[in-house]
Design a protein around this ligand. Structure first.
Ligand SMILES: Cc1cc2nc3c(=O)[nH]c(=O)nc-3n(C[C@H](O)[C@H](O)[C@H](O)COP(=O)(O)O)c2cc1C
Length: 177
């Protein structure tokens, strides 16, 4: 099963991107985690752009997100919520309404911050907006606090739990094998 991994941070040294790399290492057998970094290429969403030929960046987003067996998001927290770039990507992927790339897509959310709450509010908001966009949000929340201090063994175990939950929901036959 292929899990697309989407970081909400464009920062070169992002702890959230690092968390997704750790997820790739912690993945159970049969689950392949592939990082996708097209968020920064997207224009700001406007319904006017839906009328003409879609920008390549939007076509890529819709093709890659729609083609994934499941998507794992790692979000930072900006001012108590999801960073604007990630929200913008979700908005693009939510359209056309009822046929968007997120419709019935199995997704999970984790998050890291340098503070003590591990991007908890951002994760809650992201779960909410993904659900509204038609995704099936599964798995436990995983708030990774004080991310600059590194990820301990518990974080790796919990990443594996999240990926197992994704596999169970997206591909129950393979998960049972
Ligand atoms: C604009 C901005 C707003 C932030 N707001 C919050 C916040 O509300 N809560 C929090 O825990 N951390 C906040 N932070 C700190 C981020 O959690 C921290 O920079 C984190 O490392 C960002 O994720 P990244 O390493 O994946 O880029 C904020 C950082 C920035 C740049």
């Amino acid at each position: 099963m292929k899990v697309l991994a989407v970081s909400g941070s464009l920062r070169a040294g992002s702890y959230n991107t690092r968390l997704l790399r750790a997820a790739a290492e912690a993945a159970p057998e049969g689950v392949e985690v592939e990082l996708w970094d097209g968020i920064g290429d997207l224009p700001i969403y406007s319904e006017d752009l839906e009328g003409g030929p879609l920008p390549d960046s939007v076509q890529r987003l819709r093709r890659h997100w729609a083609g994934a067996d499941a998507i794992l998001f790692a979000t930072p927290e900006y001012n108590g919520s999801v960073p604007g770039g990630l929200k913008n990507a979700v908005d693009w992927a939510s359209r056309p309404v009822r046929e968007g790339a997120l419709k019935n897509k199995t997704v999970a959310v984790v998050g890291a911050s340098t503070g003590q709450f591990g991007a908890m509010w951002a994760q809650q908001d992201l779960r909410k907006i993904l659900g509204i966009a038609g995704a099936r949000v599964v798995g436990p929340e995983l708030p990774v606090s004080r991310a600059h201090e590194g990820f301990d063994e518990n974080v790796h175990e919990r990443l594996r739990d999240v990926l197992e939950a994704l596999e169970l929901a997206a591909d129950p036959v393979a998960a049972a094998a």
